[in-house]
Design a protein around this ligand. Structure first.
Ligand SMILES: NC(=O)c1ccc[n+]([C@@H]2O[C@H](COP(=O)([O-])OP(=O)(O)OC[C@H]3O[C@@H](n4cnc5c(N)ncnc54)[C@H](OP(=O)(O)O)[C@@H]3O)[C@@H](O)[C@H]2O)c1
Length: 346
């Protein structure tokens, strides 16, 4: 991409991720010449007191755009499948938050802390993909360990927030809580309904169902964690197995991550690596009840890691508790960091 002092930027989608993208661009003083904001319909929105005019998306809307940050929905009728090619045709580099292009061999999948050099390999399709939110935070935490001790196995259980499924899921959680509040919490179960964003009631609940059920009865979200980890670490030999669950948290995904490394490493060495790792904050003082919590990470940029401990039965087996804001590092921030890689002066 041609280096300039300022760039014409498009943000597609003003849902949970799109709003955060506008916020992150502003907070990081991204050098924006012109900003165009697209969604399905026109409106004015306010983000932290700043007004944005949202325009209905169109192919011509991308004329003159340098970087298009996509956070429309996925799939056949989603913004990326319909308009990413149009944006590229008109000269933009697309950074896509959805899953439509992540596994395309001609589309790099990038976590800047782990595989920044891959961002340069976008020219074939003009698209760079942002990994899934639960993959990103796990990769940020594991990459420094993998670089030194080579991870050979990962078993991960996630506890994912409502906002990971978009603004509709946050509305569902809020509506359920206020309906149950009406009963003074005498009732904890609401009447069953099809009219909700998530497959189950979320208030007072946890359910192991994110995405659709797929091969071997894992969900699509669980397969994303496997395949995206392989692509980012350039190794499909790592044995990754995931269980992904939705919990009644507004924002901030938590993960219990179990790893086995090829080379010998100690808990102290892992702590040392993570203390100095980009994008990571260590919160690991269990005696003082200090460990990462989603309630503390909402609106923050870091990936928080704590509860680091050794498996007493398996050599080089370790547990980590990893928490991050799924809308920031899990989506918007990672996308803007990729854009920063694109415009970085040599
Ligand atoms: N939420 C997360 O934590 C997270 C993390 C990583 C990746 N992602 C991915 O990021 C994308 C956005 O997720 P989200 O959570 O922000 O969803 P969301 O809250 O449901 O918002 C979706 C936005 O996309 C717009 N949109 C949908 N279809 C469109 C189309 N065909 N053309 C133009 N705009 C369209 C909608 O427009 P209107 O407002 O006009 O309806 C809305 O503004 C998804 O692909 C998702 O998988 C989400």
């Amino acid at each position: 991409m041609r280096r300039k002092n300022k760039y014409n930027i498009a943000v597609v989608g003003v849902g949970a991720v799109g709003i955060e993208m506008l916020r992150v661009l502003r907070q990081r003083n991204f050098p924006v010449a012109e900003l165009r904001v697209f969604a399905r319909s026109a409106r004015e929105i306010d983000v932290d007191g700043q007004k944005y005019q949202v325009q209905p998306i169109s192919a011509e809307g991308f004329d003159g755009i340098d970087i298009a940050l996509f956070a429309g929905t996925e799939g056949e009728k989603g913004a990326s499948v319909t308009f990413a090619g149009e944006a590229v045709k008109r000269g933009a580099v697309v950074i896509d938050n959805g899953a439509d292009f992540r596994m395309d061999p001609d589309v790099p999948l990038v976590v800047p802390e782990a595989n920044p050099k891959d961002a340069k390999k976008y020219r074939k399709k003009g698209i760079i993909a942002n990994p899934n939110c639960s993959t990103i935070q796990m990769i940020v935490a594991l990459s420094p360990i993998h670089n030194v001790a080579k991870i050979k196995r990962i078993i991960v259980s996630t506890y994912q927030a409502a906002s990971g499924a978009g603004r509709g899921a946050v509305e569902q959680l809020k509506n359920e809580l206020s309906a149950l509040n009406g009963s003074g919490y005498q009732e904890i179960r609401l009447p069953d309904t099809q009219d909700r964003a998530l497959p189950q009631q979320l208030a007072f609940n946890v359910f192991p169902h994110i995405g659709g059920f797929a091969e071997l009865d894992y969900t699509s979200e669980e397969w994303k964690m496997v395949k995206e980890t392989h692509k980012i670490f350039h190794s499909d030999k790592i044995k990754v197995s995931a269980t992904t669950a939705r919990v009644a948290v507004r924002t901030g995904h938590s993960e219990a991550v179990y790893i086995e490394t090829k080379k010998d490493i100690s808990v102290d060495e892992i702590r040392g690596l993570l203390k100095n790792a980009p994008g990571v904050e260590l919160v690991d003082n269990p005696k003082e009840n200090l460990y990462p919590l989603p309630i503390d990470c909402e609106g923050k940029d870091a990936v928080y890691v704590g509860r680091i401990r050794k498996d007493p039965f398996v050599k080089n087996g370790f547990w980590l508790w990893v928490v991050s804001d799924n809308l920031r590092k899990g989506a918007a921030l990672n996308a803007v960091q990729i854009a920063e890689l694109l415009i970085a002066k040599k």
